[in-house]
Design a protein around this ligand. Structure first.
Ligand code: GDP
Ligand code: IMO
Ligand code: MG
Length: 436
């Protein structure tokens, strides 16, 4: 039996347009589930004049009627979440369907301070994190000293945990020369009780919820954050985030069995960007990079940092596809590539004189890697996106179709969604029914 579920995962280093594609596909979904990451994510959804910038909330909150689930694999900063919840409500979204896993871990101020301190300690080897406390919060989860959303419902357990963890974190902060937070145990407990009043009603066992929804034939959409190349195991370690961003992360981060995932949409930007440090083989520099950054509006949603820009890298996309099992691509931002005479696409790396199509684990090899390009013909723009969308795939410039089909053939994955603008409407859908 084919289960009606879909996953959307970034095929590069994040910011591929996952928010837009999730919002597009969740029109017909019943549940939208975030399964990893935290408010390091910044997912943009544009619906006419309304623009939503979501960090912790699943994109499903934009449409009324969806259940929007923060799964157990997510780390959550409650203060930031509460602020985001207000923004969503005032922008016309809905929180009725919000559910938060009792197993999701919480991010505290000390995690943010430690994130900054660790980055400072690393000096020139800094990762370039979002400084949201993501790494330190996942460290606590793995070290078995984290505080989970469900703990908010148990006052005695909370007190026990806070009494242990706060002095420990204060020692750690002073060891790392970080500004030690002035918060005392009693203050933190009071704050957490306020959190309980505000979000306690949303907390439940979301794994049961998701599994029962699947059993009952409901349509479940899993919304990835970051991208495959930021995966803790398969990304450009150590220049990665601290969660499992690839296919496997869905199972552990949502609490479902691997056999339940059948369709995975790889969200692939038509070129490449990355924020923060780390290797980037097809990176552009100087004027060319600045021009692409400006054309694509490539500035981070979470930190405002300029994104590094470069050509499409299919060595990256193939690595991502192996790790995630893409069954479709949603190719985004093709409109940004208008008006180039030529478009290089990287199909292999040359490392120490040898060609390879496999993405190496070694950072030093990646730094020595030279891109092997196939040069594609560019295309000239159009003025009226709406009429191109109406005309469907065939109305796209011929050279753009050749670019898309080259990707499909090289990857052996169909490009079922073509995105040519930020708005929900700027989308060409080549698949009739996503749920069968
Ligand atoms: P996410 O983190 O993967 O959800 O992506 P972000 O929201 O961080 O960044 C993607 C940016 O590109 C956002 O500003 C989107 O509104 C925008 N975007 C998404 N798809 C398209 C597209 O096809 N064309 C253009 N021009 N912009 C797009
Ligand atoms: P979305 O979901 C792009 C990057 C940071 C840094 C590295 C580690 O919007 O695609 P972290 O704060 O996670 O410890 O930082 O990961 N990073 C992202 N880059 N998009 C994201 O999310 C990102 N989330 C984290 O810039 O290089
Ligand atoms: Mg983003």
């Amino acid at each position: 039996m084919i289960l009606p579920n879909l996953a959307i995962i970034g095929a590069q280093w994040g910011d591929e347009g996952k928010g837009k594609i999730t919002d597009y596909l969740d029109e017909t979904a019943d549940l939208v589930v975030r399964f990893q990451g935290g408010n390091n994510a910044g997912h943009t959804i544009t619906v006419g004049e309304r623009v939503f910038k979501l960090h912790s909330l699943p994109s499903g909150v934009v449409r009324k009627g969806n259940l929007a689930v923060i799964g157990n694999g997510v780390v959550m900063n409650v203060d930031d979440l509460l602020e985001e919840m207000e923004q969503v409500l005032s922008a016309g979204g809905s929180l009725e369907g919000l559910r938060i896993s009792d197993r999701a871990h919480l991010i505290f101020n000390y995690h943010k301070k430690l994130d900054g301190a660790e980055e400072k300690y690393r000096g020139s080897d800094a990762v370039g994190t979002t400084k949201k406390g993501i790494g330190p919060a996942y460290q606590d989860k793995i070290a078995r000293i984290g505080v989970r959303a469900g703990d908010l419902l148990d006052d005695e357990l909370l007190k026990e945990k806070v009494d242990f963890i706060l002095p420990y974190k204060k020692d750690l902060m002073s060891m790392l020369d970080a500004e030690v937070c002035g918060c005392e145990c009693g203050m933190l407990l009071d704050k957490m009780r306020k959190w309980r009043e505000k979000i306690g009603g949303y907390i439940c066992d979301t794994s049961v919820l998701i599994n029962e929804a699947l059993d009952n034939g409901k349509k479940v959409l899993f919304e990835g954050a970051q991208g495959a190349m930021l995966d803790i195991d398969h990304g450009t370690y150590p220049y990665v985030t601290s969660s499992a961003t690839c296919g496997g992360g869905i199972c552990t981060g949502a609490g479902i069995a691997p056999k339940r995932i059948e369709k995975v949409v790889g969200c692939l930007k038509a070129y490449t960007t990355r924020v923060g440090e780390g290797p980037f083989v097809t990176e552009l520099h100087g004027k060319e990079a600045d021009a692409l950054q400006k054309k694509g509006g490539e500035f981070g949603v979470t930190t405002g940092r300029g994104r590094r820009c470069g050509w499409l890298d299919l060595v990256v996309a193939e690595h991502a596809s192996r790790m995630c099992g893409f069954t479709s691509f949603a190719i985004t931002k093709l409109d940004v590539l208008n008006d180039y005479d030529e478009l290089p696409v990287c199909v292999a790396y040359k490392i120490d004189g040898k060609e390879t199509k496999y993405f190496p684990a070694s950072i030093s090899k990646l730094e020595r890697a030279e891109p092997v390009y196939k040069t594609m013909k560019g295309w000239k723009g159009w003025n009226d996106t709406a009429s191109v969308v109406k005309g469907g795939y065939g109305a796209l410039p011929k050279e753009m179709r050749t670019y898309i089909e080259f990707i499909e053939n090289h990857m052996n994955v169909p490009a079922d969604i073509i995105s040519i603008g930020p708005d929900r409407a700027d989308t060409i859908d080549r698949k009739k029914n996503w749920w069968v």
